[in-house]
Design a binder for this molecule. Structure first.
Ligand SMILES: NC(=O)c1ccc[n+]([C@@H]2O[C@H](COP(=O)([O-])OP(=O)(O)OC[C@H]3O[C@@H](n4cnc5c(N)ncnc54)[C@H](O)[C@@H]3O)[C@@H](O)[C@H]2O)c1
Length: 338
C-alpha cells in the first residue's frame, strides 16, 4: 500500500476535520501544518507529532509533501495553491475553489502545466443523504425531475465568525459564495447537470462587514430543470433542506444525514442512510484515489470552476437586475458532474 505525505495550509475551523481524516487514514502520514497563528497549528499538530510552521511556503519547500490541503481564507486560495503546485504538490483545496471562475481557470492552467491535481473539497458528494438521493434519482423510479427547492438559513453575522468572511475583498462575498456554493454543488452533482442561468436578488443588512446577508436565486439546469435557492444569514430559524420534485413523488434531504421519500398518497417516510463513511474521511480517500489512479471523480478543478462560475453569474445578476447566463459552463460536455 502506497502512503502519502500530507501537509495542511491553514489551521482554522475546518482544518480540524481534515486533521482527523489524515490521522485516521492508513495511507497517509500527516507531516506538517502551517498557520500565521502558530498556536492554532500547534494544537492540531500535537497529537500526531506533525511539524508546525508559521510560513506555509517554508513548510512546503522543506517538508516536500505529496499533497497539500489548503484551508485558507478565499482570497489566498489561488496564490497558495499555485505555490504548492509549482513545488510539485497535488492540492486538495477547500470550497469555494477561489474568489471567482477566472482565478479557478488560472489554477487549472497551472495544474495542467505541472501535471498535478488541484481538486476541490466539495463535501456534498460525501454526505450519506446526498449519496442515497443520487442513487434514487439515477434509478428513475420517481419519474421525471421537475423542480428543486433548496433552503439554507443560518445566522451568518455572529461574533465568532472570522472577520475575513464578512469582508468582500477577502471572501468574495457572503452567503452566496460561502453557503450558496454548497447549494449549487448539491444541485449540479445530484442531477448530473450544470447550472446554465441565474436570476438573483440579494440584501445587505448584516451588522458587520460588506457582504450580502440573504439571496434568492432562480436557476435553470442544463437539462431545463428549475432550481430555487433561498439563502438567509439573519436572525432566522436554522434550515438546511433540499426538496426534489418528480412526476412520481419527491425527495427531501435535511442536513447531511436525513433523507425522506414521499408521494401524494404516502407522506414522507425516512430512507436509511446508515453504513456510509464519515464524510471528511471519504473525501480524503477519494483524493488519494484520484492522485493514485489519475481520476477526478467529480471534485476536479474544472468542476470547482463550474461552481464558481454560477456564483459569479449570481453576483452579476444581483448587480444588473437581469438573468445571467453562466459563463463557460453552459453544457454538460465541458464538465464532469459524476
Ligand atoms: N467544507 C465545508 O463544509 C466548509 C466549512 C467551513 C469552511 N470551509 C472553507 O474552508 C476554508 C477555511 O475556512 P475556516 O472556517 O476554516 O476559516 P478560519 O478563518 O477558521 O481558518 C483560516 C485559517 O487560515 C489562517 N491563515 C490566514 N492567512 C494565512 C496565511 N497567509 N498563511 C497561513 N495561514 C493563514 C488563519 O490564521 C486561520 O487559522 C474556506 O475556504 C471556507 O469556505 C468549508
Amino acid at each position: 500500500m502506497k502512503t502519502y505525505r500530507a501537509a495542511i495550509v491553514g489551521a482554522g475551523i475546518i482544518a480540524k476535520l481534515h486533521v482527523r481524516a489524515l490521522r485516521e487514514s492508513e495511507r497517509t502520514v500527516f507531516t506538517a501544518i502551517a498557520d500565521i497563528d502558530p498556536e492554532r497549528a500547534r494544537v492540531l499538530a500535537e497529537p500526531s507529532g506533525a511539524a508546525v510552521y508559521e510560513d506555509y511556503r517554508l513548510m512546503i519547500a522543506q517538508e516536500k509533501p505529496d499533497i497539500a490541503i489548503v484551508t485558507l481564507p478565499h482570497h489566498l486560495h489561488k496564490e497558495a495553491t499555485i505555490f504548492c503546485m509549482e513545488q510539485g504538490c497535488h492540492v486538495l483545496l477547500e470550497k469555494p475553489m477561489a474568489l471567482n471562475a477566472a482565478e479557478c481557470a488560472e489554477i487549472n492552467e497551472v495544474a495542467a502545466k505541472y501535471g498535478v491535481k488541484a481538486l476541490v473539497g466539495h463535501m456534498q458528494h460525501f454526505f450519506a443523504a446526498n449519496i442515497k438521493a443520487k442513487e434514487i434519482i439515477e434509478s428513475g423510479r420517481l419519474g421525471q425531475l421537475v423542480a428543486i427547492n433548496d433552503r439554507r438559513h443560518h445566522p451568518y453575522f455572529l461574533p465568532d465568525r472570522p472577520g475575513w468572511f464578512l469582508d468582500k475583498a477577502r471572501s468574495g462575498g457572503g452567503v452566496v459564495i460561502n453557503l450558496g456554493s454548497h447549494s449549487i454543488d448539491k444541485i449540479q452533482w445530484l442531477t448530473g447537470t450544470t447550472i446554465r442561468s441565474v436570476k438573483a436578488s440579494m440584501t445587505y443588512y448584516g451588522e458587520r462587514g460588506d457582504v450580502e446577508g440573504s439571496a434568492s436565486l432562480f436557476m435553470q439546469t442544463s437539462s431545463g430543470v428549475p432550481a430555487m435557492v433561498s439563502l438567509c444569514g439573519y436572525n432566522n430559524v436554522a434550515v438546511n433542506e433540499t426538496e426534489l420534485l418528480f412526476t412520481g413523488g419527491q425527495l427531501k434531504i435535511t442536513g447531511s444525514q436525513g433523507l425522506w421519500i414521499g408521494t401524494f398518497d404516502q407522506p414522507y417516510e425516512p430512507v436509511s442512510t446508515e453504513g456510509f463513511a464519515e464524510p471528511f474521511a471519504a473525501q480524503w480517500n477519494s483524493m488519494l484515489d484520484c492522485v493514485e489512479h489519475g481520476m477526478e471523480e467529480g471534485i476536479s478543478g474544472i468542476y470547482g470552476q463550474s461552481v464558481c462560475a454560477v456564483v459569479d453569474a449570481a453576483y452579476r445578476s444581483s448587480e444588473t437586475g437581469k438573468e445571467q447566463e453562466v459563463e463557460s459552463f453552459s453544457t454538460t460536455e465541458e464538465v464532469s458532474v459524476r
